[in-house]
Design a protein around this ligand. Structure first.
Ligand code: FMN
Length: 245
């Protein structure tokens, strides 16, 4: 195993940070590593907004359901999917931007995820810890207003960064057999993989919570996808110009 692989496999989200500052140069380098990720058709649809203002941080934490590290982490980066820049380019080139295409929405969102994860790997390689914050999509319009986002831009997630003040164990993943298939999809592998994984996750939660959380992966998924999730999202995206045509 080389160092990069060891680093990737040691990832765990960090939700408690020391007060040690992260220098502006380091943040710039981390975001630049994100920029180096592959990007569909070179669209480069990622915009990153670093939020320092304590009031805005507190409001974003509230959008995310009160997650304290959104307000307190040394660095908060808001990762946004941005087609407005391409629209400006279209204008400059004398063309006409065609808004609302589902494909463009996917391109922009995928770009953001790739750029953010590159940045995460860079940050972790420098000894920093990170936590993604999808919770801001609880109140995406409020987050968009706070960030003064123009049309054709939406906040995908936040990213908290800082030096770790905790050392949680790595969360076990599904067995590889449940996600890596040969030639065609094999449902049997999925069922048996989940069967193997459920007791591992139950044990992980028990250890991590001192026995208070007694649940497995199937139960977690059942409560997650067994009900509506952020049903405001379709209308919110549509209002931002992502109409999903
Ligand atoms: C897009 C995305 C959004 C997430 N949103 C949150 C969040 O709002 N709050 C949080 O505490 N963790 C959040 N997480 C972290 C996940 O819960 C975590 O990655 C997952 O449970 C696996 O744990 P690990 O990162 O420690 O391996 C998010 C992760 C991703 C990829």
């Amino acid at each position: 195993m080389n160092q990069t692989i060891a680093l990737l496999k040691s990832h765990r989200s960090i939700r408690k940070f020391t007060e040690q500052a992260v220098s502006d140069d380091l943040v710039a380098e981390i975001v630049a590593c994100g920029q180096a990720a592959a990007t569909s058709s070179n669209v480069q649809a990622t915009t990153v907004i670093r939020v320092r203002d304590p009031e805005t941080r507190a409001s974003l934490a509230a959008c995310a359901g009160g997650q304290p590290y959104v307000a307190d982490a040394p660095v908060l980066l808001m990762y946004c999917a941005d087609l407005s820049r391409s629209a400006v380019a279209c204008d400059i080139a004398g063309g006409e931007f065609h808004p609302g295409m589902t494909e463009h929405f996917m391109i922009a969102t995928i770009d953001v995820a790739l750029a953010a994860q590159n940045a995460v790997v860079a940050a972790e390689s420098l000894g920093l810890g990170i936590c993604y914050i999808g919770g801001i999509r609880n109140k995406p319009q409020e987050a968009a207003d706070l960030l003064k986002l123009p049309e054709q831009v939406y906040p995908v997630f936040g990213l908290c960064l800082g030096f770790p003040d905790q050392n949680p164990e790595v969360k076990p993943r599904l067995p590889l057999s449940a996600i890596l298939h040969e030639e065609h999809y094999c449902a049997d592998q999925v069922v048996s993989g989940i069967g193997d994984y459920d007791p591992v996750v139950r044990e992980y939660y028990k250890t991590r919570t001192g026995g208070t959380k007694d649940s497995n992966w199937s139960q977690e998924m059942s409560s997650l996808v067994g009900k509506e999730s952020r049903p405001h999202m379709k209308e919110f995206l549509s209002m931002r110009g992502f109409q999903m045509k």
